[in-house]
Design a protein around this ligand. Structure first.
Ligand code: NDP
Ligand code: 2IT
Length: 448
């Protein structure tokens, strides 16, 4: 969607100038601004209060050195980041990503998106994100612990249960959260819910591990129902094979769909009989191996090098759950040509602007990341509540709350898309609904 409003165009130009060399951040800002035009036209008061200028500028950006020692005694240095983007509606909240591609622009795009996503959850959480260019692949447990402790030895001074609450993202699961939590507790000498996604024996919430993938399917189910269809009997592609992908595959299958393909950064598997998820869990969660191993156990299945090829498999529903910009314009056109009718995003910003244009101009149902994958952080919010209450809820209780939240997120996107004259454009609906709550809070709190 092209921006026409002169104020928004000028704001985007200023944002581009101020943030050179950060294409992912500019991409995320452009997408949001491109849908805010009808809001800006109705709400001059928000423009006058400088809300948008403040919204595109993180409140605080922290960059730090992370020295660590490998198993051979060799010293290494990585770069650590925490971007505290917006605290208008609650303490900063968002994951930590460990991946060699991490840089400031990527953390800023994620923190910016997180601000709107967290607003949509209905819970009081601001937006933040962190990470490092550390590559966890091939590292021993001891090296991972050494890195996580060093990372937290700097990060601890910037976070706190009512200040900033990190969690997992790519490369960070319960193991890494555990090592970071242990180091925080040791340095600060306090036991508080400063991280979410913790292990179940020390304050983690039941259903947090499953929440992003389950939530993605709950949101998608709402979107399908509202448009007179369902998961039942549909062929589904799920990219990635990490935390989000695995539980998206599980819930889509429970809803009666057949997931025929999954991937990792090296390649993808196609199993026309439907993915054997226990096998994937064993390979990925237990053995931490490559997805190519799958064909050793399933002679019928195929493995192909190159992760992009997954989008050439005919499907009804695509659930990208790996990483940003994994579906480009070309892949989106192939999906459409092969009959795909629905794209719903488990990953953050997995579709390029050209891909999104292709979905919208071909009438696909499109569930944008900041709404569709909000179940993870929403359940992190529920973990914070349980920690504060010194209670833990049952799996079913958390899952029921998650369902309710995903329902209300879909409703908010749907209603905003209608109110602002773009019915069925859930991307616009998500951006607008997420924006309005944060913007009202920022205006009410004055120019801070
Ligand atoms: P994991 O580390 O568990 O899994 C990531 C998966 O994506 C792996 O299969 C990985 O393959 C693949 N992948 C990562 N980077 C690339 C790349 N550059 N190209 C191709 N494939 C890649 O992470 P999560 O499942 O937690 O996160 C997946 C996505 O979901 C991310 O976009 C994340 O921001 C988003 N998300 C996560 C939430 C959570 O609660 N964890 C919540 C909301 C969104 P390989 O193993 O080969 O690297
Ligand atoms: O992108 C995301 O929403 C996450 N990685 C989860 C963040 C969280 O705080 O649970």
């Amino acid at each position: 969607m092209a921006i026409k409003n002169a104020y928004l165009l000028d704001l985007l130009a200023r944002t581009e100038k101020r943030n050179p060399g950060e294409p992912e951040f500019i991409q995320a800002v452009t997408e949001v601004l491109s849908t805010l035009e009808p809001v800006i036209e109705k709400r001059q008061d928000l423009v006058d209060a400088g809300v948008l200028e403040r919204l595109v500028e993180p409140e605080r950006q922290i960059i730090f050195r992370v020295p660590w020692i490998d198993d051979n005694g060799k010293p290494h240095v990585n770069r650590g980041f925490r971007v505290q983007f917006n605290s208008a509606i609650g303490p900063y909240k968002g994951g930590i990503r460990l991946h060699p591609s991490v840089n400031l622009g990527i953390i800023k795009f994620l923190g910016f998106e997180q601000t709107f996503k967290n607003s949509l959850t209905t819970l009081p959480m601001g937006g933040g994100k962190g990470g490092s260019d550390f590559d966890p692949k091939g590292k021993s447990d001891n090296e991972i612990m050494n890195f996580c402790q060093s990372f937290m030895t700097e990060l601890y001074r910037h976070i706190g249960a009512d200040v900033d609450v990190p969690a997992g993202d790519i490369g960070v699961g319960a193991r890494e959260v555990g090592y970071m939590f242990g180091q925080y507790k040791r340095i600060r000498d306090e036991w508080v819910g400063v991280l979410t996604g913790k292990g179940l024996t020390y304050g983690g919430s039941l259903a947090r591990k499953e929440a992003t993938g389950f939530g993605l399917c709950y949101f998608t189910k709402e979107m399908l129902t509202a448009n007179g269809t369902s998961f039942e009997g549909k062929t589904v592609l799920v990219s990635g094979s990490g935390h989000v992908a695995i539980y998206a595959c599980q819930k889509a299958t429970e809803f009666g769909a057949k997931v025929v393909a999954m991937s990792d950064s090296n390649g993808y598997i196609y199993d026309k009989n439907g993915i054997d998820l226990d096998c994937i869990k064993q390979i990925k969660e237990v053995e931490r191996k490559r997805i190519s191993e799958y064909v050793k156990y399933h002679a019928d299945a195929e493995y192909h090098e190159g992760c992009k090829g997954i989008w050439t498999i005919p499907c009804d529903i695509a659930l990208p759950c790996a990483t940003q910009n994994e579906i480009d314009g070309e892949s989106a056109k192939i999906l459409v040509k092969n009959g795909c009718k629905v794209v719903s995003e488990g990953a953050n910003m997995p579709s390029t602007p050209e891909a999104i244009d292709t979905y919208l101009s071909n009438g696909l149902l499109y569930g944008p990341a900041k709404a569709a994958n909000a179940g993870g952080v929403a359940t992190s919010g529920l973990e914070m509540s349980q920690n504060s209450l010194r209670l833990s809820w049952s799996f079913d209780e958390v899952d029921e709350r998650l369902k309710g939240i995903m329902k209300s997120i879909f409703k908010a996107c749907d209603e905003a898309s209608k109110e602002y004259g773009m019915p069925g454009n859930y991307m616009a609906g998500a951006n607008i609904a997420g924006f309005i709550k944060v913007a009202e809070a920022m205006k009410a709190q004055g120019n801070v």
